[in-house]
Design a binder for this molecule. Structure first.
Ligand code: IMP
Length: 426
């Protein structure tokens, strides 16, 4: 079985938990986009694991692959490898020789670029993601394989510095000594991670030929996609399912199942239009502890947005849906779901490309009653879907009817145990 799991909103849909839950069914887990801008927390028997680079599925798989589509910060990688190998002793780690390297200079550039964006400030995670992808596409980027050669590192750092001099000239990196120190640091870190380096596009295709089950794990969410998200308030990579091909070298034609994860409501960090946002009421944020895993920033929260969900389900060609944090949403007395987008008096089924149109966009909502606190945990663990509160089932079935997709996985709490797979219990 070859599957890909994706987020269908603005990231932070709770993919980490769902991935961890299903990853026991896969031998290999592959990540193919983004870098330390992502953050997933997985809770197993009360122990919390926080990862930014390593995909969550790695806690249960035999092999984890970080693909060429990723941008990797070596220091973070080294600390996560330690965490992972402590938790999953037998794991085999492979990192693409073509994955790009994020340096401290890229992180500084991220902040500098944000400071001159003014009105179109994105609210990035400051992890150097944008500048590293800029260098990738400018064909001056540093790749994993370059960590083995100090002369190449020197050449590339100097090239990047010269190209970005306008932004860097007043920073610590204007000092050549400082740049040399960074080169030494990168080279030294390379010495401890180069053993994981691999031609992963070959490895993943061989794994397929050998009949292994592979899970491709997307980072971020469909609405942060550089092409299909609300540009420019997006990340610098493609975050949709099709990106697995360019980000790992494996053909999308061989994928059996696309699993789309969404939260029972919507959340977003960073700037930009958020049509179903709840303004001036932090109840849902507090109930759901909606603070960014990577930055700690309070997340903006809003109602479930069905036009958005239908759009990303289409772009990702989703086969099966997974819903998270249903327990949190149910605590509200009244719940709303955005059902339609109206622009200039007409219903639309797309995201306006003109930002000003978001000011005119009107949403229609449907209301539901909350289902209260979930107190029959054991009953739900034993009996699954049938033990869910009726009001919650109405909510879930309404979404299924609207999206024409089955919600096969329902997450009702942080722990792995609080996850039910609906089809098994029907
Ligand atoms: P960047 O990826 O750091 O450049 O940030 C671009 C936008 O994407 C910002 O709004 C970030 O908050 C958002 N973003 C990037 N990665 C994630 C993620 O994994 N979850 C949620 N938001 C993210």
């Amino acid at each position: 079985m070859i599957s890909v799991i994706m987020g269908l909103q603005f990231g932070d849909e709770g993919k980490g938990k769902i991935t961890d839950f299903i990853s026991k069914n896969y031998d290999d887990v592959v990540r193919f986009n983004g870098g330390s801008n992502a953050g997933h927390t997985v809770v197993i028997n009360g122990n919390k694991f926080k990862f930014h680079l390593i995909p969550s599925g790695a806690l249960q798989s035999d092999t984890v692959i970080l693909g060429n589509g990723m941008v990797i910060e070596p220091e973070e990688l080294i600390s996560e490898i330690k965490l992972l190998t402590n938790a999953n002793k037998k794991i085999i780690i492979k990192i693409s020789s073509g994955a790009h390297i994020v340096t401290k200079m890229h992180k500084l550039l991220d902040k500098k670029e944000e400071s001159i964006r003014s009105k179109l400030n994105i609210g990035t995670t400051s992890q150097g993601i944008g500048p590293t992808y800029e260098d990738k596409y400018a064909r001056t980027g540093i790749r994993m394989i370059d960590l083995s050669n100090k002369n190449i590192l020197k050449n590339k750092i100097e090239t990047i510095y010269n190209m970005k001099m306008e932004l860097l000239k007043d920073s610590v990196y204007s000092d050549e000594q400082e740049r040399n120190r960074m080169i030494d640091e990168l080279y030294n870190m390379g010495q401890s991670i180069l053993k994981y380096m691999d031609y992963t596009e070959i490895t993943v295709n061989e794994a397929y030929n050998n009949g292994r089950n592979i899970l491709f794990e997307g980072a971020q969410g469909g609405m942060l996609d550089i092409d299909f998200g609300i540009y420019p308030f997006v990340t610098s990579s493609n975050t949709i399912s099709g990106a697995l091909s360019t980000g790992s070298g494996f053909s999308y034609r061989k994928v059996d199942k696309v699993i789309g994860v969404f939260k029972a409501y919507t959340s977003k960090v960073g700037a930009g239009p958020f049509p179903s946002e709840i303004i001036n009421d932090s109840t849902l944020r507090d109930l759901g502890s909606e603070y960014g895993t990577t930055t700690g920033r309070p997340r903006r929260v809003g109602w479930l947005d069905l036009p958005l969900l239908k759009y990303t389900a289409m772009i990702n060609d989703v086969d099966s849906l997974a819903i998270t944090k249903v327990d949190i949403l149910g605590k509200l007395d009244t719940i709303r779901v955005a059902t339609k987008y109206i622009l200039d008096g007409k219903e639309i089924n797309y995201f306006p490309k003109r930002l000003e149109d978001f000011d005119k966009l009107k949403l229609e909502y449907k209301e539901f009653k909350g289902w209260g606190n979930i107190e029959n945990d054991a009953d739900i663990i034993n009996n699954g879907y049938s033990a869910l509160p009726e009001k919650m089932k109405w909510y879930i079935e309404f979404i299924e009817n609207e999206t024409h997709k089955n919600i096969d996985i329902i997450s009702l709490g942080e722990d792995r145990k609080m996850t039910i797979v609906k089809q098994i219990f029907n």
